[in-house]
Design a protein around this ligand. Structure first.
Ligand code: ASP
Ligand code: MG
Length: 460
């Protein structure tokens, strides 16, 4: 039986008609059966701006954004010679967009729920156009396959946390069985939307910004795919962000565990949740560039051939360190429980943590500070100190907590940079520490030179 390949293309791969045709060509060559697409580049931002403008500004201001979004899609539709019935569908989506914006404007209320339905139009428009591009490419190659559009909301069931909905895995699997069991026959190429889903009650949801990768992974899990491909505008995962360090190198292969740490600790290339479904079903993930499909890209899988001590490093900017102290913690228990309970009540995720007898320090994204109630609640049980403008550096690799001399090598490389906090020991795959935001890029460049450019073999 043919391999079942699920491919996802991001916004830049949907940028215009040429980008769509290039992406469709990649899907054809890879033999994809299910293609998941993002909104055309910039459209999700524009739709959010449309919602906010409709809520707070004059209607003509909102209409300007509406027109801009429509023109962008009409241009692609024209370039792809979209057939009349699809043009009708596109116009229906335009009408929905305009009615929703009008409703928001009249109510002066753009709730997260309303915004989810509004932004879902980005993916619904791009997937409609992409289906036409796919169709053209299949015809050009005299393929017997046909391209068809699927409304992913029939399959991607989520809870009702609007703006950041959680996919319901068991329901998705059952719905995939119902609507997509023909995929393995390899005769139809289904084109669908990333990022969006639907609740049991029929309300449209989104999985959070950048969520199309995650959608593709959830669908790949649901249809038990053999391969998940994430096509973007860079040729795979690099040893560090090339914008920070020009000597960053492409990674050929990386394990699920290392890649999960890398995605969580700042590498922007994959949505952090993407690997969870792939790990659950052991589906290898390929990350490549739709603009340069010949470039080798990166394979993320369970078992990899080499296990370097340091494979990659990431920088997560705009971190804050919150230190909670209380003398009452001396010889007491339950303090950590109380702290975590407060973070949990506010649904705030903690990244790194260290403790002493009477204090606990945790790192958080600086946007968390906007939650004044969180800080007030923490102040009820401890003295709270907040330090801002920090950056979290993570070194990702193997056997990190069992390698003598690693600490010396790291701190020698950055001996003149103050390290504010260190987290080591919890994972074999991660060593992370905080420095000032300003010194973060320099620290990465030095560590990259020391561990990646010079090679880490002698210590691995
Ligand atoms: N279009 C959505 C966004 O821009 C989802 C995605 O691109 O993955 O966030
Ligand atoms: Mg995107």
């Amino acid at each position: 039986m043919a391999k079942l390949v699920v491919s996802k293309f991001g916004g830049t791969s949907m940028g215009d008609a040429d980008c769509m045709l290039r992406s469709a060509e990649v899907s054809y060559r890879q033999g994809s059966s299910l293609v998941v697409v993002s909104a055309t580049s910039g459209t999700t931002n524009d739709l959010i701006a449309l919602g906010k403008t409709a809520e707070t500004q004059s209607w003509p201001d909102a209409e300007k954004i509406l027109t801009k979004i429509q023109e962008r899609h009409l241009k692609i539709a024209g370039d792809l010679r979209l057939p009349a019935d699809s043009v009708k569908l596109l116009e229906t989506l335009f009408e929905e967009m305009s009615s929703l914006a009008k409703g928001i404007h009249l109510l002066k209320d753009c709730s997260v729920k309303a915004l989810d339905t509004l932004v879902s139009l980005g993916e619904r428009m791009s997937s409609l156009l992409f289906t036409q591009a796919m169709s053209q490419v299949l015809k050009k190659h005299n393929s017997e396959k046909t391209a068809e559009l699927l409304d992913v909301r029939k399959v991607l069931r989520t809870d009702d946390s609007f703006g950041k909905a959680k996919p319901l895995t068991a329901e998705v699997a059952a719905l995939a069985q119902k609507h997509l069991s023909f995929l393995r026959e390899g005769q139809r190429v289904v084109c669908t939307q990333g990022y969006i889903g639907m609740t049991e009650e029929g309300n449209t949801t989104t999985l959070g910004r950048g969520g199309s990768d995650y959608s593709a992974a959830i669908l790949a899990e649901g249809v038990s795919a053999d391969v998940l491909e994430i096509w973007t505008d860079v040729a795979g995962i690099a040893t560090t962000d090339p914008r920070l360090c020009p000597k960053a190198q492409p990674i050929r292969e990386i394990s699920f565990k290392e890649a999960s740490e890398l995605a969580t600790f700042g590498a922007k290339i994959l949505h952090p949740a993407t690997l969870l479904p792939a790990i659950r079903k052991n589906i290898p993930v390929f990350v490549g560039s739709s603009f340069d499909a010949e470039a080798r890209g990166t394979w993320v899988r369970k078992d990899v051939e080499d296990h370097p001590l340091i494979r990659a490093m990431a920088l997560r900017k705009k971190q804050v360190l919150v230190t909670l102290s209380t003398p009452e913690m001396l010889y007491a228990h339950g303090f950590l429980f109380q702290i975590f309970k407060i973070f949990n009540d506010h649904k705030v995720s903690i990244d790194a943590i260290t403790t002493s007898e009477i204090s606990v320090s945790v790192t958080l994204d600086d946007s968390t500070l906007l939650n004044k109630k969180l800080i007030a609640d923490l102040s009820q049980i401890a003295d709270v100190q907040v330090e801002e403008n920090l950056a979290l550096i993570s070194l990702i690799g193997n056997n990190i907590n069992h390698t003598a001399g690693l600490g010396e090598k790291i701190f020698k490389a950055i001996s003149d940079i103050n390290v504010r906090m260190i987290c080591l020991g919890a994972s074999k795959h991660n060593f992370c520490f905080l420095v000032s935001d300003e010194q973060g890029p320099e620290a990465i460049r030095r560590l990259h030179s020391c561990f990646i450019e010079a090679g880490s073999e002698e210590m691995a």
